[in-house]
Design a protein around this ligand. Structure first.
Ligand SMILES: Nc1ncnc2c1ncn2[C@@H]1O[C@H](COP(=O)(O)OP(=O)(O)OP(=O)(O)O)[C@@H](O)[C@H]1O
Ligand SMILES: [Mg+2]
Length: 267
């Protein structure tokens, strides 16, 4: 499904601040896999997502998604196949447009007709039904401007926008990190529901290690632009957050350094 081979990305090449953010990274995901990703600050997690989405081209290596060679495709062509949710609830939706207009824009990407934010009657029914599944009463607020919603509500609208047309790949970049714990939990539950219902191939970067080990079926630990550990099966189901941190420090001779992660795990 997703095949990344020997990906290398060097920032500021040839300067004093040259930095290898992806270092010969290879990764294969089967269709329907739900992989969580953890790692210290600057490990290259978001850079990996940027590489997949085409924010830049790789210096070396290749990326294939569902048989398509994405390596040299521009970002806008990849966007059709990839849904992405960021940490910042302000990204991903247009604040001055209503919930139904935002959803309509996302939905019209799949249809032959031109991009449109005026929902048809059929679309309104579809959006209402989908929103109602989440138990946040958003179905009663279809004409509310998204800018007036709370961060958690906006993340749910963004999630639905990214998946209303089934993407080949869903990328979640700490999409609950800016939310309070109860809202973060609700958004995680809705995320799992959407992934499960649509059998989505998903990668989720998370600052919450315990959620990383219990969500999906496989966990990657990244460090210095590489995948340090790729954990699944019984090893993963037996693993605790402490085990993971110990494995990290044994293999890098460093203590784990991620501000958001350590905060989340001491709560
Ligand atoms: N556009 C860019 N130009 C220059 N350097 C960059 C760029 N994007 C990322 N980097 C650098 O690449 C490294 C990896 O950054 P990245 O954002 O992928 O880390 P991360 O694992 O997502 O960390 P965090 O947990 O802090 O979000 C960092 O050293 C970062 O400063
Ligand atoms: Mg990041």
């Amino acid at each position: 499904m997703l095949d990344i081979k020997n990906a290398v990305k060097v920032f500021e090449q040839g300067t004093m601040i040259e930095h290898t953010a992806l270092d010969h990274l290879s990764l294969h995901l089967d269709a329907g896999e739900f992989v969580t990703i953890v790692g210290s600050n600057g490990a290259g997690k978001s850079t990996l997502f940027n590489a997949i989405c085409g924010s830049f081209f790789l210096n070396e290596g290749s990326i294939h998604l569902d048989g398509l060679n994405l390596t040299l495709r521009p970002e806008h062509q990849r966007a059709k196949h990839i849904g992405r949710v960021f940490q910042d609830p302000m990204r991903g939706t247009a604040p001055n447009m209503t919930i139904e207009e935002n959803l309509s824009l996302a939905h019209s990407r799949s249809t032959a007709r031109a991009l449109s934010f005026a929902p048809s009657r059929k679309e309104k029914v579809l959006f209402r039904d989908r929103l109602a599944e989440f138990g946040m009463q958003l179905e009663d607020r279809m004409k509310t401007k998204v800018g007036l919603l709370s961060g958690g509500q906006r993340q749910v609208v963004t999630l639905l926008m990214c998946t209303i047309v089934t993407p080949k790949l869903l990328l979640l970049d700490e999409h609950t990190a800016a939310l309070d714990p109860a809202t973060a939990q609700k958004v995680m539950d809705i995320t799992k529901q959407i992934v499960q219902e649509n059998h989505l191939t998903t990668m989720m970067i998370t600052h919450n290690m315990s959620s990383a080990l219990t969500t999906g079926t496989r966990t990657l630990m990244m460090d210095s632009g590489r995948i340090l550990f790729d954990i699944s099966g019984e090893t993963r189901s037996r693993m605790t957050v402490d085990d993971l941190l110990t494995m990290y420090s044994n293999s890098t001779n460093q203590t784990f350094d991620n501000d958001r992660m350590l905060l989340a795990n001491t709560k």
